[in-house]
Structures are given as structure tokens and as C-alpha cells.
Design a protein. Structure first.
Length: 126
């Protein structure tokens, strides 16, 4: 994933969502520790430029793979690019912060979100 100052937050979110359709990224003004959630009031608007919200102004590619844990991904966003990221997983018609399962891989999170979506659709059809 390319991280560039002229990108909007929503562009990073869309790139991530293409790879993991049952997950989404949100970015926050403040950081959080592994296992902690981020307060909704600190969520950043997707229209903001990356340059406006980060503390490390490095341009580059962030390699994201399915075997990477949520905690590792969030830590890399923070350390390499100064972005406070939080991964969310689909749960029925809701999005849940993955703070309690930060040690799960992105593949596991995405699978769980897909399964939840499937169950939710089945219930709607009943």
C-alpha cells in the first residue's frame, strides 16, 4: 500500500478494504496500545490529507499480508508513517474494533467478518 502525503485518508481506507472486504481501517488523532480501543471522538475525517494528520512524513510502501497480525499492522502504521490506525471487523450490520483480538491475523479477522456477514444475511432472509 502506497503511503503518500497527497493521499486522502479515504484512499488508504479504500485500498485496504479492497484486500480485506470484511475489514476496514479507521485513523485517529491519538494512539492506542495493543488491546485498547480508540475513542470515536478522535476518529479522523476521510477527506483529510495524510500530510495533515501524521507525525512521520515518510513516503513509501507498506507491505500488508494476510498472515500479519492486526497489532503488527497498526504498529507499522504508527512507527513508519506516524498514523494512528485501528482495524475494524464486520459483525452482522456493525463494525467492531478488533482491540480484543489484535493478535489475530488479518486473514482470520477477514474470515470471521465474512462468516458474520453470511449469518446476518441468512437471518434477514428467514
Amino acid at each position: 500500500m502506497l503511503i503518500d502525503n497527497n493521499m486522502k485518508i479515504k484512499d488508504l481506507q479504500a485500498d485496504f478494504h479492497k484486500k480485506f472486504p470484511f475489514l476496514k481501517l479507521e485513523f485517529y488523532a491519538g494512539s492506542h496500545r495493543v488491546g485498547e480501543s480508540s475513542p470515536a471522538r478522535e476518529r479522523l475525517d476521510g477527506e483529510l490529507l495524510v500530510d495533515e494528520v501524521r507525525s512521520v512524513h515518510e513516503v513509501g510502501h507498506l507491505t500488508i499480508h494476510e498472515a500479519m497480525s492486526v497489532a503488527t499492522l497498526e504498529q507499522q502504521f504508527l512507527e513508519k508513517y506516524g498514523l494512528n490506525a485501528q482495524v475494524f471487523r464486520r459483525s452482522g450490520n456493525l463494525w467492531l474494533q478488533t482491540s480484543a483480538t489484535d493478535y489475530w491475523t488479518l486473514a482470520e479477522q477477514n474470515r470471521k467478518g465474512g462468516h458474520s456477514e453470511e449469518l446476518f444475511r441468512q437471518k434477514l432472509e428467514e
